[in-house]
Design a protein. Sequence first.
Lengths: 298, 256
Amino acid sequence: MLSLTVHAGGLTLRNPVMLAAGILGTTGASLRRAALAGAGGVVTKSLGSVPREGHPGPTIVQVDCGLLNAMGLPNPSYKKFQEEIDIAKTGGVPVVASIFGSSAEEFAGIARGLDADAFELNLSCPHAEKYGSELGRYPDLVEAVTGAVKAAANAPVWVKLTPNTADIVELGLAAQRGGADAVVAINTLKAMAIDIETGYPILGNRFGGLSGPAIKPVAVRSVYDLALRLDIPVIGVGGVTSWEDAVEMIMAGASAVQVGTALKKGYGIFEEISLGLARYLERKSMTLEDIRGMAGRH
Amino acid sequence: MRPMNSIIKEVRSEAPLVRTFRLDKQLDPAPGQYVMVWIRGVDEVPMSFSSPDTITVQSVGEATRALFNLGAGSSIGLRGPFGNGFVLRGKNILLVGGGVGTAPLAFLGEQARGAGINVTSLVGFCSSQDIIFQDRFEALGDLVITTDDGCVGIKGHVAEGLKEFDLTEFSQIYLCGPEVMMWDIISRTREHAGKIQACISRYFKCATGVCGSCCLDPEGVRVCVEGPVFMADSLIESEFGRYKRGPDGSKGQCRG
């Protein structure tokens, strides 16, 4: 069968369908299971410098065409996570550590303390005070954090961008100036749901981030704009649920895609998407390289 | 799904820290399935059904304490029923429960009796005041009770009651209770693990199989959607009985 191998952002992936951050990434075992189920690479739950229990429940609300979540960055701290990464690596695919901090120094400290195949900087979580998009919406901070982690880490650095901004390309260019090996777009869209019986915001944190099919067109547009303007690869994420979605994301300019909310359907989603992608390319007698960024060339 | 609004119709005290809440919604749950209960402004927690329209809750933390402050007429939010419940197999079953873990077993036993299945129960509690659903289990068939302090029935842990039975006689054994108790039973009855269905608990956040907080080592099994009922032989080589992860994902003791 046709090769789906991609080289992107300093990693070699056997196929371009990765597990997104925050999904089934709390344990080495679940990350390995994603790898064994066919993921081309896996990203851990975001890791900080101290343990966090996350927001009170409800942490998730099913809405039309997506999920609304405010998990609140629960994690045992990076210090307790190396053993999980080591277990995840036995799945045989690159393990990317998603990390978060409230300053360039904190990010750099975590990157220094972890052995992973790459780092993905969470500069985009929309619902955690002092973290994520609270830094990531400022281009100068994106550049400073990226630069600090690049200097500290001995692995490729990817920067996950927030769509909750007027111009995501400005953020992507800042990551590139900081030395990023790739950008990942997009994180969730800031959103909210209210219980009309009582008027209570449903999420324990009141607001959270929207993922799933509802945000796919936003993600496709973001990837398209970023890929046209940046020299570094773009990893597309946001509502990818089928092989058709993966093709669309790659045509927008993505070098690889990440799958999150669609894991609701089970671990079989990785094989389903990469198999569909391979059959599509065979039918069209094209390669991944041929279709990447196709939309920008028309 | 969004949480659906449900009015509490009745609250019954079963033991000092255990109450049963009757809900106005018929969710048609299978015994062993759970529902996410949203106590507005506080938290959302998973609860097992003790009958088609009741949950039986032990007060153990902030959310359950807040639930205990709600009386008949108050409302809560519900998502569910979720997960895989118990499956009835054969014509002669044994229920083995501990503490508030007996709740889904009483529900299961009543469903089994309705289907003409012979039901025997072994249930254990700390002391006489902690005994719940004694009348429900007595109505099902033979019943053996254990108490840690010996004031009722056999003195000791639930496993002490096992010697009253020849386990080969049962077509299926159903287990629910504190993890140390379940692990005690499973490790003493390994040769029967292929016919023991155990309803277990882990820290649930999303209850939709995406967040990963409830995954069991070493296979990464998602308890919230692939469980919470598992065949005991699939648990023997797992983390069950050894450790469990807390809200921040770090490993801790599996007591309680």
